[in-house]
Design a protein. Structure first.
Ligand code: ADP
Ligand code: MG
Length: 699
């Protein structure tokens, strides 16, 4: 047997169990070794029957005295009672329900080991254990599993289909006992310096910790063996990321010049005085652009912090150097808005802008494509349509991706590939908690706008139940009568836009005719023809539409400073980061703005989530809470988000090990002790990256 042995060939597995295990992504012996127990039980407390105390968990070694199958008159519970004895005079009754098969197991005279909770049946005056874990003790049998399930610290695995923790324990034990000496891929100098056990020791300690291992450490995943396995998993991921970074650094990028003339042009487009943070961030971007290495930069800034103008400035640098810039946005509404804004700010420079959206006619698209391919247009703004194969650029020098979290890694890559090593700027308003930033965006440099433009008042957030809707509506009415505007957003269950559209349509009917007959109510959702969308959005921008009923299509980017009320219906169905984004649609002007979260009955976590939003307007804090309450997969939302799949490591629990692994991996890649070691690492990552983390090594 070796690590690559298919699981179905491991003794005791067979086709049915193999299918169960494959369902969990476990196909080889190696996979099973990294299937870490999620909990450990100390069953090493071995006691003679005479010393058992009711209430304690204990392991006993005893002999079957007799077996009974008591009959209950109403229904047959299949109850089995087995009386055990040892050399003390005390006896113990083990009870199992629905366990007729045990009649053939507990034959009188057989020696067993039992683990369970000791109880005292005062009525019968006997000690009992209900459904104790058991094993049959045999001295001669080769397949003896004695001392595996009892009498030690026992690993508890999550069952895979019908394959129980008990079966898994046996299978893992067999694999560990039969493995030849394994080569340890983790570089020895790192292992020694961090005092981590070698691979074989670590695997044994992970699955079958010795009796003297501290149970609290084990159950907190901090025994030396567990730390080593977690560290290793993170280490190879971070090594891969560092190698990617190093590779990217050697690519011949564009050296944009940043002379007086370019600086003048940048100043010309500024409609306002930039904040300190905007200036600093532009400085970081300009520095990247003026070096030969292609820029890979993530620009993070809370909603409304003013990322768009910074992106426009970067585009000016590219265009003034004779290159084109492309801006990719996740929705048509946002792309259209970017188009209007950029046309306005870039007007003094006379750039030609080509929009490219899915809803354009073939002819319109053809015109835009030609403009980009010939270099007639210097700026492209678009949605996914921009990524289509036949979209070509004359000289793409800067790719900007707005609301990056809505796109996958491959999409970023496909825009990038429309140029020759162009600079890449990705932007997001969903603050990415550090653990995730280190893993998914690990190959990007990060700039943060941590300051809002002056004069913004913090948004006031309230929680209301469905029963209080009347109040909410009269509040909207008062705001509108004071000249403001409002959004009312409807949620979908599980990403189904269709459902949300239905909810919004129904609400629109009622709101426009019954609730606010005197107001101009507009309806906006993703399924509207785009001319209609534009008309509604324009109406709202001009203030003609006073209340905008919508789905989350307005989630990102939309900028109407006169809107001061954001009502989110069924707020419990949204992610926190998403509501924070929605809330960012108001509070963009000088007036006090409000966000009202309307919910049904809430669960405990639900209440905690809403409270987080009511109490905080700090995007980073909210993102951390969201991550903690929902977990990384849900937090990122999309399958193609590029989040690696960890077997042992857990981003929420193991942040400090991740940080350590990253430090070590970076130093290792940048200053390897020898070229051979680095080569070996490169080979290891190439071979294991995809399988271990579900990631493609791109680029
Ligand atoms: P986001 O970072 O969410 O994309 P935007 O770029 O849309 O934010 O900017 C939000 C609003 O703030 C816009 O109306 C923009 O014109 C305005 N804005 C941005 N920077 C400044 C600034 N330095 N001073 C005044 N207003 C600004
Ligand atoms: Mg934006």
């Amino acid at each position: 047997m070796d690590l690559s042995t298919p699981i179905k060939f491991v003794k005791g597995v067979g086709p049915r169990r193999a299918a169960d295990l494959e369902g969990r992504g476990l196909t080889t012996a190696a996979d099973l070794l990294t299937y870490a127990p999620f909990r450990y039980e100390d069953r090493s407390n071995i006691k003679p029957l005479g010393q058992l105390a009711p209430g304690e968990m204990a392991t006993v070694l005893a002999e079957v005295h007799s077996l009974h199958a008591p009959q209950f008159h109403r229904r047959d519970l299949g109850m089995i009672e087995v009386i055990f004895q040892d050399s003390s005079s005390q006896r113990l009754t083990g009870k199992w329900f629905h366990a007729q098969y045990l009649k053939n197991v507990f034959l009188p005279g057989i020696r067993v080991s039992l683990f369970g909770k000791v109880e005292f049946d005062g009525y019968k005056g006997e000690l009992t254990m209900l459904h104790p874990d058991y094993e049959i003790l045999r001295d001669d049998d080769e397949e003896d599993e004695a001392g595996l399930h009892t009498g030690r610290i026992v690993p508890v695995y999550e069952a895979a289909g019908k394959t129980s923790t008990r079966v898994l324990r046996g299978v893992v034990k067999r694999i560990i006992d039969n493995l030849p000496e394994m080569p340890d891929a983790l570089p020895e100098f790192i292992r020694r310096r961090l005092a981590l056990p070698d691979l074989t020791t670590a695997l044994k300690g992970l699955h079958f910790p010795s009796v003297d291992t501290d149970l609290r450490l084990l159950n907190n995943f901090r025994s030396p063996a567990q730390i080593r396995m977690i560290f290793e998993e993170f280490f190879w991921l971070e090594t891969g990321i560092s190698l990617k970074r190093r590779q990217a650094r050697t690519e011949p990028g564009i050296r944009f010049e940043l002379n007086e003339r370019v600086r003048e042009q940048i100043k010309k487009i500024l409609p306002f005085k930039p904040t300190g943070a905007q200036k600093r961030v532009l400085g970081e971007i300009a520095r990247d652009m003026s070096t030969e290495t292609p820029m890979s930069r993530l620009l993070q800034g809370d909603v409304g912090s003013g990322k768009t103008i910074v992106a426009a400035q970067a585009a000016v640098i590219a265009v003034e150097n004779g290159y084109q810039a492309a801006l990719l946005a996740p929705t048509e509404i946002l792309a259209a808005q970017h188009q209007v804004n950029l046309e306005r700010v870039l007007a003094p420079l006379g750039y030609r802008i080509a929009p490219l959206m899915g809803s354009m006619t073939k002819k319109e698209k053809a015109v835009a494509k030609r403009a980009l391919a010939t270099g007639f247009a210097q700026i492209a703004i678009g949605t996914h349509a921009l990524l289509e194969e036949d979209v070509e650029f004359d000289k793409l020098g800067l790719a900007i991706i707005d609301e990056q979290h809505r796109f996958g890694v491959m999409q970023r890559k496909s825009l990038q590939q429309k140029g020759v090593y162009p600079d890449v700027l990705v932007m997001t308003a969903t603050p990415i908690p550090r653990t995730l930033a280190l893993t998914i965006y690990g190959d990007l440099d990060v700039s943060i706008i941590d300051e809002l433009p002056p004069g913004r008042q913090p948004i006031k957030t309230f929680h209301k139940t469905k029963l209080e809707l009347e109040q909410v509506y009269s509040f909207i009415l008062r705001q509108v009568q004071a000249g403001r505007q409002a959004y009312i957003v409807y949620a979908a269950i599980e990403e189904s836009e269709t459902q949300a559209v239905k909810a919004a349509q129904a609400a629109y009917q009622e709101l426009s005719t019954v609730v606010f007959p005197q107001l101009k109510v507009g309806l906006l959702h993703g399924k509207l023809p785009s001319a209609e969308k534009d008309a509604v959005m324009d109406g709202f921008k001009r203030g003609e539409v006073q209340v905008l009923v919508s789905t989350t299509v307005i989630e990102v980017g939309v900028d109407v400073p006169n809107a001061t009320v954001m009502v989110v219906e069924n707020a419990e169905r949204f992610g926190l980061a998403q509501i924070h984004q929605l809330r960012g649609r108001v509070g963009r002007g000088a007036d006090q703005s409000y966000c009202v979260l309307v919910t049904d009955k809430l669960s405990d976590t639900g209440r905690e989530r809403i409270r987080t939003l009511v109490e905080s307007t700090d995007g980073f804090h909210i993102a951390e809470m969201d991550l903690r309450l929902r977990g990384p997969g849900e937090f990122l939302g999309t399958k193609q988000s590029g989040l690696p799949v960890f077997r042992i490591g857990n981003l929420l629990r193991d942040q400090e090990i991740l940080e350590l692994a990253r430090e070590e991996a970076r130093t290792f890649v940048e200053q390897p002790p020898s070229e051979e070691l680095l080569e070996a690492a490169l080979r290891f990552v190439r071979e294991h990256w995809q399988r271990r983390y579900g990631l493609a090594l791109i680029g």
